[in-house]
Design a protein around this ligand. Structure first.
Ligand code: ZN
Ligand code: ZN
Length: 180
């Protein structure tokens, strides 16, 4: 499959490249490119009372954008904080199955949680969330195995507990989806 990574607003190139390399390892025979021109964060997604961006609204913009991109899946990576109405925040959101996926880096930096900066940890977290959301685009649902990347992260501790990899069962599902 072909995956294109699209910066949504400002995103650090090193982080995008780190996600790119990690995705190549997680998904077999997959071509991953980083698009050079960022998409603006859609203004209509901003909720001024919450001071966060409505993730589903950005995802809708990515749906449209994905038609212009030569890739099976489009992964938006943004620095802004995301929410869906039923939750305080989300690390990301994706079509399940579908083409568009979105991850936020906002809550992945250790500094956000009052910890010292740690680029390696930050990049690991970003890859986990990217693998997770792309897993959704392939039709994978949440997995009950807390070490599987498809486990739902309700907090950063959940993200840190799980691996960047798919568990055996989910791995089979990824392969099946890619064979279609
Ligand atoms: Zn999920
Ligand atoms: Zn799993």
């Amino acid at each position: 499959m072909k995956v294109a990574i699209l910066p949504v607003g400002q995103a650090d190139v090193k982080t995008l490249e780190s996600i790119q390399n990690g995705l190549r390892e997680a998904f077999p025979e997959t071509e991953v490119t980083v698009l050079e021109n960022a998409m603006h964060v859609p203004k209509e997604a901003y909720d001024s009372s919450r001071r966060q961006y409505h993730s589903t609204k950005i995802l809708s913009t990515l749906d449209l954008y994905s038609n212009k991109v030569d890739a099976d899946h489009l992964l938006g990576v943004t620095g802004v904080d995301l929410f869906v109405p039923a939750m305080n925040f989300v690390f990301g959101e994706a079509r399940c199955p579908g083409r568009a996926a979105l991850v936020s880096l906002f809550r992945l930096r250790p500094e956000f949680h009052g910890k010292p900066a740690d680029k390696k940890l930050f990049h690991e977290r970003a890859l986990k969330e990217a693998n997770h959301e792309l897993g959704h685009t392939l039709g994978l649902e949440h997995c009950q195995n807390p070490t599987c990347v498809m486990f739902f992260s309700n907090s950063i501790a959940d993200t840190d507990r799980k691996q960047a990899k798919f568990c055996e069962d989910c791995h089979v599902l990824v392969h099946r989806a890619l064979e279609k």
